[in-house]
Ligand binder design. Structure first.
Ligand code: GLU
Length: 424
């Protein structure tokens, strides 16, 4: 399932700078020394490759691909591969570091990594995508590995691409290696529940936050920006828990219905309409900007970075923001959102359900056994709820917002593990 990205919104900030400014604040509060600061600031490994691919027109096009391993202190590196025109090394670096913090927040034994290729998957044929993915995998043979670095889907990639990666890696190693990648199709060692996992975790986080804010889900409203793999399932599951989802949006625009969008109908329409909501009936057309400023209880930005910025943060009227995407709120918008008293459930907590079920997929591959959906959902819900409670308790203890609290939990875990492992 591919992610859908809505049209970019102005004032793009550098995601690496956004990430580092939050890191700086949390490190200061924790009293992290310079030594540790530098260890966590500089990625362990950064790989850039050129990938010559024969396009359908017979011409060779060279793509630039990246893999950044931010940290392996907690375990093998883990993180998705993004196919998008906006991919650049700064973005991949920030996303890799976010994976380190994310895995630490939910307490799973992984470090953080991210990969990306600057390309437009919407304009590429299946054959071109396959050749690109296989070329990327071959160039990363010494990087990937079930105990070294385990990729997964991200924006623009899904189970199909992970299957090609697994196959190419397996061929090169002369044996089937399921555990080298997660987010695979079910028949290839994928896990039940992985597709919905991120949206499900967003829902668990939103419900936990609603409880703290004494908001009754059955009386609550929500707006979801981005109707891809994350937003779609977050919308469906919030709806299932009684929340009225008044608006959703994707690259074709926003769709608003005060009485609630029929999410199932929207999902069916999208599937039959080439993955976009364009022309969806049963809602009024609004812009992405209008969606962000709706007076709802829960706003879920579920597309990409820097959607809520200092330019539009003042217009936000939601009571809480649950970050389904990575880095949807720029660091410059943090204070504005804070001053408005809006509760933010940060990305490294709210969208960690995806990597949590990736971890379950990896565990199942390694023990050669399949868990039931019931077991997966129960365990991932528990992990998400425990992580929420820990971050909430930390925010009370340090008297800081949930974002800073999540960074404190993560950096503290990584730094204290490092004390045992040490450097050279
Ligand atoms: N790309 C997803 C994320 O940003 C999933 C990563 C994974 O499952 O390894 O969390």
């Amino acid at each position: 399932m591919n992610y859908i990205e809505p049209a970019p919104i102005k004032d793009k900030e550098n995601p690496l700078a956004s990430m580092m400014s939050r890191f700086d604040k949390a490190a200061e509060l924790l009293g992290i020394n310079d030594e540790m600061y530098n260890i966590l600031k500089i990625p362990r490994r950064q790989i850039t490759v050129g990938l010559p691919v024969t396009m359908d027109n017979g011409k060779i096009k060279v793509f630039e691909g990246y893999r950044v391993i931010h940290s392996t202190i907690l375990g093998p590196a883990k993180g998705g591969i993004r196919f998008d025109m906006g991919v650049n090394i700064d973005e991949v670096r920030a996303l890799a570091a976010w994976m380190t913090w994310k895995c630490a927040v939910v307490d799973i034994p992984y470090g953080g990594a991210k990969g990306g290729i600057m390309c437009n998957p919407r304009e590429m044929s299946a054959g071109e995508m396959e050749r690109l993915m296989r070329a990327y995998t071959l160039s990363m043979l010494d990087v990937f590995g079930p105990d070294k670095d385990i990729p997964a889907p991200d924006m623009g990639t899904g189970p199909r691409e992970m299957a090609w990666l697994m196959d190419e890696y397996s061929k090169a190693n002369g044996m089937t290696v399921h555990a080298v990648v997660t987010g695979k199709p079910l028949v290839l060692g994928g896990s039940l529940g992985r597709t919905e996992a991120t949206g499900r975790g967003v829902t668990v986080s939103a419900l936990a936050a609603m409880e703290k804010m004494r908001i009754n889900p059955y009386k609550a409203t929500a707006a979801i920006q981005g109707f891809g793999n994350v937003g779609m399932y977050a919308a469906a599951l919030l709806h299932e828990r009684g929340v009225t989802v008044q608006a959703v949006s994707d690259i074709s625009g926003g769709y608003f219905n005060e009485k609630g969008i029929d999410i199932e109908a929207a999902m069916q329409y999208r599937a039959a309409n080439g993955g976009v909501l364009e022309g969806f009936k049963g809602a009024d057309l609004i812009s992405n900007e209008e969606l962000l400023s709706l007076a709802v209880d829960v706003l879920v930005p579920a597309a990409k970075e820097d959607v809520i910025t200092q330019e539009n943060a003042r217009e936000i009227r939601a009571k809480m923001i649950v970050e389904g995407a990575n880095g949807p709120t720029s660091a410059n918008a943090d204070d504005i959102i804070n001053d408005k008293g809006i509760m933010v459930i940060p990305d490294i907590l709210a969208n960690a359900g995806g990597v949590t079920v990736s971890y379950f997929e990896w565990v199942q591959n390694r023990i050669g056994y399949k868990w039931t959906l019931e077991r997966i959902n129960r365990r991932s819900d528990r992990i998400m709820k425990d992580a929420f409670d820990k971050v909430y308790a930390t925010s009370q203890k340090y008297q800081v917002n949930m974002r800073l609290a999540a960074y404190i939990v993560a950096i503290d875990k990584v730094a204290s593990t490092y004390q045992y492992r040490g450097g050279y």
